[in-house]
Design a protein around this ligand. Structure first.
Ligand code: GCU
Length: 339
């Protein structure tokens, strides 16, 4: 509903129109093309309104508004509907309709998701997007949470390559000895922090700025876009290019809600979602460069690491965390798709 394109219109609207809009409420359903009821879906996001994910999702809302009878999306940024672990639960019980959650969250519901959270499984963003939007590879995985959790995975947005940042530059794992590295809530990523040379402290994304500032953690790892939009460079000004993994965010939706869409609206929804993740990938490279420039202007320093020193401990994680045939099959399929 809070679509960028509408901003101008709203600015010029009379008080009466605004009042009507407020009374009408965004959640009023509309008649959809196929005769079913649409609604404004609430989507939980933990990023700012400047982040490519917000922009692509807000545009998806506009697309649905224009191409279905009554469906729309209201994106709630900055964890306003809860941090990702809560958002996942809320989508499952239907009190929130959709969310963007990191792969690490889904690994806690079905261990097969761990495969795509591994360091070095994806070579780059293009490789990652080709794998995660290939239904031959991901069809069963994405449907696997429907019965157990009432959640459908639709695909995802890249998190780009993630690297470490702290209060001093890092060259080898030894430089992180004794440092607490904030990680996402994931067993794999706790082990990954050790492989990087430090100790993993799981923490929600929204708590990290304060965590770094107060010294609860010494370091963190993320992409440049998050480093900049969350202003982490202010409290951890040394970025070191470990490039330890290409991270992945999933788009999830409440299964009952998805199944309530008419065939026509579902087709429009799928087409809109494809356009949204393609737009996100396009925005990503640009946003990354802007983030590097912005953080540098804000006092951050970006430096290279000794790649060879990190390679072996990071690659060893695959052997440790791939323990089932289905995980191995996903890993092999992902690697076979590498160029
Ligand atoms: C990235 C990612 C988020 C994730 C965050 C984190 O910003 O896009 O989904 O929550 O990293 O490290 O927690």
């Amino acid at each position: 509903m809070r679509h960028r394109k509408n901003t101008v219109v709203i600015a010029g609207a009379t008080a009466a129109t605004l009042l009507l809009a407020a009374c009408g409420g965004g959640d009023e359903g509309g008649e959809s093309a196929g005769g079913g009821e649409g609604k404004t879906m609430r989507l939980a996001l933990n990023q700012t309104e400047e982040h490519p994910s917000y922009i692509a999702l807000d545009n998806l809302g506009t697309y649905l508004e224009e191409n279905t009878g009554g469906w729309d999306i209201d994106v709630f940024p900055n964890e306003t509907l809860g941090a990702q672990a809560e958002a996942l639960q809320l989508v499952s019980d239907g009190s929130v309709d959709m969310a963007i959650v990191s792969g690490t969250q889904l690994e806690n519901l079905n261990e097969d998701f761990v495969v795509f959270n591994l360091p070095r499984v994806f070579d780059d963003v293009e490789h990652q997007m080709s794998v995660i939007h290939d239904p031959e590879i991901t069809g069963d995985l994405y449907a696997s949470l429907e019965e157990s959790n009432n959640i459908t995975v639709l695909g995802g947005f890249t998190q780009g390559a993630r690297s470490v940042y702290s209060s001093a530059p890092i060259e080898t794992p030894a430089d992180l000895a004794g440092q607490k590295i904030r990680v996402q809530e994931s067993e794999l990523h706790i082990a990954m922090a050790e492989a990087l040379g430090g100790a993993g402290t799981p923490m929600a994304y929204g708590e990290l700025y304060t965590g770094l500032q107060s010294g609860v953690v010494d370091a963190a790892e993320n992409n440049e876009v998050s480093y900049f939009t969350q202003r982490h460079y202010e409290v951890a000004p040394y970025w070191s290019y470990t490039n330890h993994l290409v991270g992945l965010d999933y788009m999830i939706i409440n299964t009952d809600l998805l199944e309530s869409m008419s065939e026509e609206d579902r087709a429009a929804f799928d087409a809109g979602w494809t356009a949204a993740h393609e737009e996100h990938t396009q925005l990503w490279a640009e946003a990354t460069q802007e983030a590097i420039d912005g953080a540098t202007a804000g006092g951050a320093t970006f430096s290279e690491v000794d790649d060879a020193a990190f390679a072996e401990p990071l690659e060893a994680l695959a052997a440790e965390f791939i323990t089932t045939e289905s995980q191995q099959a996903l890993f092999d399929a992902a690697r076979a798709a590498a160029r």
